[in-house]
Ligand binder design. Structure first.
Ligand code: HEC
Ligand code: HEC
Length: 391
């Protein structure tokens, strides 16, 4: 009897401690600031020659089957290296951002997801202490690739992004490498970056694109300056908003200097109606068919609307309204795809979300740094339109 009582007391005490912790957002602390430069994997140290080559490759539509789409088409500095439209339009598209559309009614579908920014992508995977491993950095909304080097070759193979019907998926990378190898200027640039007589290879194509993207760092937001000790860098409203961000519980998933735990969670964001619904259900069921998606970084949101994996929400107010709906007070799931029980427990623990929370919105603004590299090359070695058909 006494033993049982002692056990009860221990359990009771643990529960009280847990309650206390959860009232304090799991005891999690905000920050730290981002470092000003990013580390690279051991086998791909960043050099100026690699960054210069990577920048040209990033802007050159020679990487796409029909030579009309570049990486920059969907990751453009005008939109914080993301894209100002919900779902991307790849090959056969014309225009930039919300003006972009299919030039003809072919059979190329929308890319099924919203373009992620590549600004600060060098820090993907950063934990709460600021540690990260660039060789294993999680990539994509469903974390299906690891490292920028590995990620870089994927868009070349995707039908709706860069491949089109020009070649088969298995031949895409070799075909692009052969094009680069046939270009005297690229051979010179590959020699300058990697030696080896200037032969382009798939591995070095991935390395150059990764090195360039690692140079796209925006680590001087008001929040970063505040965390480095400049207490005047954030307004009073932003500082109060930071407190709300912790107390409401946003920090349970949006943590560390990138404001992401880099885990996937079931939030129940509704489908984008533009995606065709198959017999099996919606067009995009995320990780493990559970509608789980990776926690988005909250860096540079001022430039990267619309939001969520399918770009469904045009504004941050819309995002807060969504969280307000799933907030425990109301307990509504917004989509028939996911039951309330299947929603992430950390989501169900949110307390006090309000779509008109001006202080919380002010804090989110403090996470944007407008002073990032917006350089657009004057020309690319292929002689094709810089950035693809974006005019
Ligand atoms: C047609 C538009 C389009 C093109 C072209 C494109 N991307 Fe993307 N990019 C996207 C979309 C959409 C996602 C999210 C895809 C997903 O999660 O399934 C993405 C994701 C990424 C990510 C992951 C970011 C993160 O935080 O996980 C990186 C890095 C990236 N792209 C780099 C590139 C590079 C390099 C190229 C050129 C070789 C390229 N992209 C070409 C649309 C595009
Ligand atoms: C359970 C973990 C979790 C909690 C708690 C959480 N988020 Fe999120 N957040 C996510 C995930 C996962 C996504 C991506 C979901 C998707 O696209 O389907 C996301 C996306 C976002 C986005 C969109 C960013 C973009 O670039 O598209 C914003 C803004 C955001 N969250 C803000 C917040 C705020 C503010 C709170 C607190 C009110 C909060 N989140 C609480 C996990 C969480």
């Amino acid at each position: 009897m006494r033993r049982t009582l002692a056990g009860f007391l221990v359990v009771g005490a643990t529960c009280a401690a847990l309650l206390y912790l959860s009232a304090d957002a799991g005891g999690q602390e905000i920050g730290p600031a981002l470092p000003r430069t990013a580390r690279a994997p051991a086998d791909n140290p960043t050099t100026p020659a690699k960054v210069a080559l990577g920048r040209l490759l990033f802007w050159d539509p020679i990487l796409s089957g029909p030579r009309d789409v570049a990486c920059a088409t969907c990751h453009h500095p005008q939109f914080g290296y993301a894209e100002n439209r919900d779902l991307s339009v790849g090959v056969t598209g014309v225009g930039l951002g919300h003006r972009r559309r299919f030039a003809s009614r072919g059979d190329i579908p929308f890319v099924k997801r919203n373009s992620q920014t590549v600004l600060n992508v060098a820090f993907n995977g950063t934990d709460e202490a600021g540690g990260y491993d660039p060789a294993a950095a999680p990539m994509f909304w469903d974390v299906r690739a690891r490292s920028l080097e590995a990620q870089a070759l994927e868009p070349l193979k995707a039908l709706e992004e860069m491949r089109g019907h020009t070649y088969a998926e298995e031949q895409a990378v070799d075909a692009v490498v052969a094009r680069l190898d046939a270009n005297a200027e690229y051979r010179r640039l590959f020699a300058a970056a990697f030696g080896g007589g200037g032969t382009a290879t798939a591995a070095n194509l991935g390395r150059a694109l990764a090195a360039f993207q690692r140079s796209l760092v925006a680590a001087d937001a008001p929040f970063d300056r505040y965390m480095r000790g400049d207490r005047g860098a954030m307004t009073d409203a932003q500082v109060r908003g930071m407190g709300r961000f912790e107390r409401i519980g946003c920090i349970r998933c949006h943590k560390g200097p990138m404001f992401s735990d880099y885990q996937t969670h079931v939030l129940g964001v509704p489908d984008n109606p533009a995606l065709p619904v198959s017999d099996a259900g919606a067009g995009d069921r995320g990780t493990g068919d559970r509608y789980a998606f990776r926690t988005a970084s909250l860096r540079n949101l001022a430039f990267t609307a619309p939001y969520m994996h399918n770009g469904l929400f045009a504004t941050l107010e819309d995002v807060l309204e969504f969280y307000d709906d799933v907030d425990s007070r109301r307990g509504r799931a917004r989509t028939p795809n996911v039951s309330r029980e299947a929603l992430d427990p950390l989501l169900r623990q949110l307390r006090g979300v309000d779509e008109d929370d001006v202080e919380l919105l002010a804090f989110l603004e403090a996470l944007s740094d407008p002073a990032f590299d917006r350089t657009i090359p004057a020309r690319v070695p292929s002689g094709l339109a810089v950035g693809g058909r974006i005019q």
